[in-house]
Design a protein around this ligand. Structure first.
Ligand code: UGA
Length: 439
């Protein structure tokens, strides 16, 4: 009998994981407490924009292998392997991760586990969480020691989530003695036969791999953004600098795009939770540099607002600003900790009338910042603007020309927050042009 899988929590991670596992041929039951989300997923509608996901949900749903439910009882009955994919957001008023959803899931699922099975944590958690959960499960599950736990962090990027799930750079599994490794090798057999490397380790290392990978990526982005600050002070050009240092293969070009910095549901909260956890462990000094990584990142938002203000003669009061972009990155409708929206809100705070346009994230943006104005198109956002800010590097914005924009705006001023426009072209087009880290 092939293994039957459940995926508990159908946010970004869970919805994608469930669909991909069903596509690999497993019978999969997705579980979420949100009834309307479960119904939408069953219709093949993801609760967020992810390229290819609706098609994959519809295709796997039609085979009968992928179903969704709100019932943990049904899940416990059905599954040989239960993937825990619930969220671990930042706790309000603290840097630490909120593990409420993880523990609520374990508390609810554990007592229902009457037969041997494997519980697999995929959520991003502070190091030390898995061992606590493993002890809990043995106590509360009727199947006792028949219930094993593995930790299997996920490294998918939004916008490439399906590709990253089925062709990951590596698989990481944290296990204790038992059959968990063999079971997960069976689940991921197709990936392993494609040559995907697998790292089998203990819980603590597996948990740390995830947060240290995100800490490294955040540090790389903040490194180049720190260089951008020095470039601004010295008249150098950070885009050329990044190109030049990136040719050194030890450095590489990826994640070296200077601009408005990182946001989203992962990098910002993960580095903060890492600092909080390291502090608890008495290792706070080791990751204190992440405070700087965070601070550099947030300074880029403030600097973008400064540039807009400077272009407008020292005040944003009464200025009409066109903000191109709301999502934290292109090809996503995710506005969690979005640098673009935080800039838009700051402009408004200083008295500007702000019109935001984003190709995909208008709904989520309007829910988070209902007081901003939203345009239906780029042209509508640009109409009669006194200053334009490019805040998310959607292709549509990168392809904008000074001729088209110039015909719509009142004042030819633009801030490129993502370093995707050609400064010479815009200056030749009569625009006062500013960009982060460029002369
Ligand atoms: C990130 C990691 O890249 C994934 O490996 C990880 O699995 C995921 O978090 C997670 O923990 O779930 P994601 O949040 O989808 O993925 O976004 P990224 O593509 O990493 O981009 C993060 C932010 O950094 C975006 O705001 C992006 O605009 C910014 N960024 C990225 C830069 O400012 N410069 C760069 O060179 C690269």
């Amino acid at each position: 009998m092939p293994l039957r899988l459940t995926v508990i929590g159908t946010g970004y991670l869970g919805a994608v994981h469930a669909a991909c596992m069903a596509d690999l041929g497993f019978e999969v039951l997705g579980v979420d407490r949100d009834q309307s989300r479960v119904e939408a997923l069953a219709r093949g509608e993801a609760p967020f924009f992810e390229p290819g996901l609706n098609e994959l949900l519809a295709r796997t749903g039609a085979t009968g292998r992928l179903r969704f439910t709100t019932s943990l009882e049904e899940a416990a009955e059905f599954g040989d392997v239960h993937f825990i994919c619930v969220g671990t957001p930042q706790l309000p008023g603290s840097h630490a991760a909120d593990l409420g959803q993880v523990y609520a899931t374990i508390d609810a699922l554990g007592p229902l586990l009457t037969r041997p099975c494997l519980v697999v944590g995929k959520s991003t958690v502070p190091v030390g969480t898995a061992v606590t959960i493993a002890e809990k499960l043995v106590h509360v599950a009727p199947a006792g020691a028949g219930v094993e736990l593995a930790w299997n962090p996920e490294f998918l990027r939004e916008g490439f989530a399906i590709e990253d799930t089925v062709h990951p750079d590596r698989l990481v599994i944290g296990v204790q003695a038992g059959s968990a490794e063999a079971t997960l090798r069976e689940v991921y057999a197709a990936l392993l036969s494609d040559g995907v490397p697998i790292v089998v380790t203990d819980y603590a290392t597996a948990e740390l791999v995830k947060v240290s990978a995100n800490a490294f990526l955040a540090t790389k982005i903040s490194f180049i953004n720190a260089m951008a600050e020095v470039c601004e002070a010295s008249g150098a050009d950070v885009t050329v600098l990044a190109q030049a240092i990136g040719y050194d293969e030890r450095i590489g070009h990826r994640f070296l795009r200077a601009g408005l910095g990182f946001g989203g549901g992962c990098l910002p909260k993960d580095i903060r939770a890492f600092m909080a956890r390291a502090d608890e462990l008495g290792a706070g000094d080791a990751v204190a540099f992440l405070n700087e990584v965070d601070a550099i990142n947030l300074r880029r938002r403030a600097r973008t607002v400064d540039m807009a203000r400077e272009l407008c003669g020292g005040s944003l009061q009464g200025v009409t600003a066109a903000c191109l972009g709301a999502a934290f990155k292109p090809n996503s409708d995710d506005v969690r900790d979005s640098p673009a929206l935080s800039v838009a809100a700051a402009l408004q705070e200083e008295g500007a009338t702000v019109r935001v346009y984003d190709p995909k994230a208008m709904g989520p943006a309007a829910r988070q910042f209902p007081d901003l104005l939203y345009a239906e198109s780029v042209d509508e956002a640009l109409a009669a603007a006194d200053v334009v800010l490019l805040l998310t590097e959607w292709d549509e914005f990168a392809q904008l020309t000074p001729e088209r924009a110039g015909a719509l705006v009142t004042q030819r001023r633009i801030v490129d927050g993502r370093n995707v426009l050609n400064p010479a072209q815009w200056r030749d087009g009569g625009f006062a042009f500013r960009a982060l880290g460029r002369p």
